[in-house]
Design a protein around this ligand. Sequence first.
Ligand SMILES: [Zn+2]
Length: 233
Amino acid sequence: MNEEKFGIVILGPPGSGKGTQARCLSSLFRLKHIDVGRELRRVAEEKTSLGLHINTLIYKEKVLVPDDLVLKILQNAFEPISFFSGVILDGAPRHKDQIQSIEHFLQQLGVPILCALSIRVDETLLVERIKNRYFCPRCISFYINGIDIQDATKDLCPKCRYPLERRKDDTAEGVKKRLEIFSKETQLVIEEYRKQKRLIEIDGEDEPDIVCSLAHKELLKMIQEKYANKNTA
Ligand SMILES: [Zn+2]
């Protein structure tokens, strides 16, 4: 049995449910889920010079964090991964120029990226989801107010009974900006993986469980193909 580690990049616009899918797939494939955005937001709350710098970039200037800082954050989030079969990378690469540096970085750590998984959702549905999105900071579960939960401003997390919060940039303006960045930058990342025939595309409008089992099936196919090619090479 092959024990090589591998990485999967998960791509999708804000509100596509990619965090939920990353968590589902990480447990199915025993992968470490690295959420670069969450790591950045966590560091942005620290009163260090790095924290203050990242805080300004994401909340005041609302721009993409430069590559060297992303790699630094990745490196910190990476260890230890010896218990895992690999990683699922959520939130990077965010633009085309970042692909090579991130692939190279993971390759060196012995976790080459197998493929990218792109989750597609119609834009009007995305805006609707994000406008009503709440999350539990303790167990990191996301809820859509009025659908998953009656009143997110009063009710506690159904899983762990903790008060729910909104993401700081889940405002109309923040969402617009993130969707813009996505269609301008991340779409090119998707196209690049498509060109390299390392892209899996999944419709993300269904129930999360259905989306996850679809993604699981497609990833298994991709893994089998890779090993089949290797054995005949
Ligand atoms: Zn919770």
